[in-house]
Write a protein that binds this ligand. Sequence first.
Ligand code: SAH
Ligand code: DHB
Ligand code: MG
Length: 225
Amino acid sequence: MSGSESRPWNDVDAYFTALLAPADEVLTAALRDSEAAGLPPINVAPNQGKLLQLLAQVQGARRILEIGTLGGYSTIWLGRALPEGGRLISFEYDARHAEVARRNLERAGLAGKAEVRVGAALESLPKLADEHPEPFDLVFIDADKANNPHYVEWALRLSRPGTLIVLDNAVQGGRVADADSDDPGIRGTRAALDLMATHPRLSATAVQTVGSKGYDGFALARVLD
Ligand code: SAH
Ligand code: DHB
Ligand code: MG
């Protein structure tokens, strides 16, 4: 579903966004330059970005991990939640996306806090673990959906009790409900949700969303003590 379709939720999203998550020059420029560079418009919606920012603030997050940077739009929302001395690491497979993201983060004044690491996240995650990083307070998973269960496992490994894991695109137009799907992205997302449901160290839920980015949703999982 495209954002230009005339649906009531587009009017409501426009209203909510203007009221609660208004664009500023940095966010507008990030989307403009992402589009100019030919990146797909699959960034979170502004009000979803604001939700990520609020979740990071509720967490008191000092350390954020993001899997799937694209042009850094969600990264800016999350990075703005960080206090002085806070740190965000974002993994991106595509060097071209990462380059756009770095420029956008620089313009946002976040270059000192937010780092984009290029490569397949499943190769970057073990390298990060080898650095024995302090646990992350929030992990945002938004990359290749087939690997979602692996990303949840890595998020757990890099977590502490109380860490929040946010999984984007938990609904994918409703296709997530198809238990027989052979789409790797659906199978991966279902496996990630299974893990969230059954893992003894996770408490989770999932919520459907509709708006300027169509019909989708997200899952939240909290790491237990
Ligand atoms: N979080 C961004 C959107 C990310 S789109 C936002 O809301 O603004 C998904 C991104 O994941 C794309 O840029 C894609 O190149 C990247 N990606 C795909 N497979 C990946 C992988 N294996 N490792 C890391 N990034 C990957
Ligand atoms: C797609 C990926 C996303 O992360 C998203 O938010 C929307 C769409 C996609 O690959 O189509
Ligand atoms: Mg997404």
